[in-house]
Design a protein around this ligand. Structure first.
Ligand SMILES: [Zn+2]
Length: 420
């Protein structure tokens, strides 16, 4: 039998995949059925320990690099070939769900389980990767360690990042015991596939099971500090105030207006704000907030930035405060490898799953991996398009189908990328 005929018989064990999803949801599980598993916390360590043990029980060797990225390796026939890889992230938002990121890791685990139980030997080694700090909610920016892997950030700069409590990334990585000896990025790979929930409403609305992801829209993040003057709320007349929060209110509205003006796909969000001194009888003297703008077209992102900066400066001067806008993240639009995208599409056709091509709204580790290896992604629907929410929900059968596409794409890549 040919390799392709043999591997077309392989199937994911959907029941085991679902059991893994429910089991890992306990690490940082919340009362509302979500998960709070911020990067490099004790819950992150718990899920990493579980990942290591489970992968080892499936015959894999697990290692981690200097950024704490985890690699579970299943040997192939030719272990000099760079591995075909799968992966995503096990960290979550502060009020995250059970599937964002986790599905991609545990879907990859399901692939390893299928290979292990069938005894199928691939030509390449197959590796499953858990990327450290994808979410960026504790340490900014997001996709930090796939970013180091792809040479976007340096290890030194990431180690010095601090969370809002002033705690250093490097110290927390040491504290959970996952700082490895292999230098992050010195790990050649043949191809990378990431399964993920869509985190948007399109697949569900069109009644499609699989999203064949062709790329990721461009995004920019900013940190904005508005400075006025603290003053007594009782004795300072309205005309003499330098109220940083009133100015900020206008700026937040401006973010929304600019995004709408550049529609239909442009989006703009202020999701984090800190008001200082945050006291009921003090005119706020300083406000810190973040801005996130995105569009599939980099030129639109640039025009949004220009419009926003002009509006914010005008609002600041109208309110007699100053504004300082610092860009902290710039992720240009990503276009995935056409041959990897075709492998995903071909698999959906063979399996008879309904599918459509789609551009990802959110950023993903795959966006950085695309800089260093042929890369593609697979989406499955999530209920009401809801994500970064404790109510995030997917169908068990969709998780299984998504993992089946991941398996099929990995096996195709194993055949195709075999030339030395
Ligand atoms: Zn994610």
């Amino acid at each position: 039998m040919s390799d392709l005929a043999k591997n077309s018989n392989l199937r994911i064990d959907g029941t085991a995949l679902w059991a893994d999803l429910m089991e890992t949801a306990q690490f940082g599980g919340t009362n509302k059925g979500g998960v709070r598993r911020l990067t490099l916390t004790k819950e992150d360590k718990q899920v990493r320990d579980w990942f290591m043990q489970t992968c080892q029980s499936l015959g894999c060797e697990v290692s981690y690099d200097s950024m704490g990225n985890l690699f579970a390796r299943r040997p192939g026939q030719d272990n000099n070939l760079p591995p075909i890889t799968m992966g995503s992230h096990l960290d979550t938002q502060p009020t995250g769900g059970k599937f964002d990121g986790i599905l991609g890791v545990l879907g990859g685990l399901a692939v390893l389980r299928t290979l292990h139980q069938s005894g199928y030997v691939t030509r390449h080694p197959i590796e499953l990767i858990n990327w450290t700090n994808e979410e960026g909610s504790r340490f900014s920016p997001p996709m930090m360690c796939s970013g180091v892997f792809a040479g976007i950030f340096t290890e030194a700069e990431v180690l010095e990042k601090r969370d809002r409590a002033g705690i250093r990334f490097g110290d927390e990585l040491d504290a959970i015991g996952y700082r490895g000896k292999e230098i992050c990025g010195q790990h050649p790979i043949s191809a990378y596939f990431e399964l993920h929930i869509e985190q948007g409403p399109i697949l569900e609305a069109e009644d499609k099971i699989i999203g064949i992801v062709t790329g990721i829209q461009g995004a920019r993040w900013y940190e904005v500090t508005v400075r006025g003057k603290d003053a007594h709320a009782g004795s300072t007349p309205m005309t003499l105030r330098h109220d940083a929060l009133v100015a900020t209110a206008g700026m937040i509205e401006a973010v929304s207006k600019v995004a709408k003006a550049h529609g239909p796909s442009a989006v703009g969000t202020v999701g984090l704000i800190e008001n200082r001194p945050n006291s009921s009888n003090v005119v706020p003297g300083e406000v810190f907030f973040t801005v996130d703008i995105r569009d599939p077209d980099d030129a639109v992102v640039l025009r949004m930035e220009q419009d926003l900066k002009a509006l914010m400066e005008k609002i600041a001067s109208d309110n007699k405060v100053t504004v300082d806008i610092v860009q902290i993240w710039d992720a240009p639009a990503v276009h995935f490898d056409p041959s990897c995208v075709d492998m995903v599409e071909q698999t959906t056709l063979e399996k008879g799953y309904t599918a459509r091509r789609i551009v990802s709204g959110p950023g993903h580790d795959a966006g950085y991996l695309a800089h260093v290896a042929p890369t593609a992604m697979i989406f499955v629907p999530c209920k009401d398009g809801l994500s970064h929410n404790e109510e995030e929900s997917i169908l068990e059968e969709d998780a299984e189908k998504g993992a089946n596409v991941l398996l099929g794409a990995v096996l195709k890549a194993d055949v195709k990328f075999n030339s030395k």
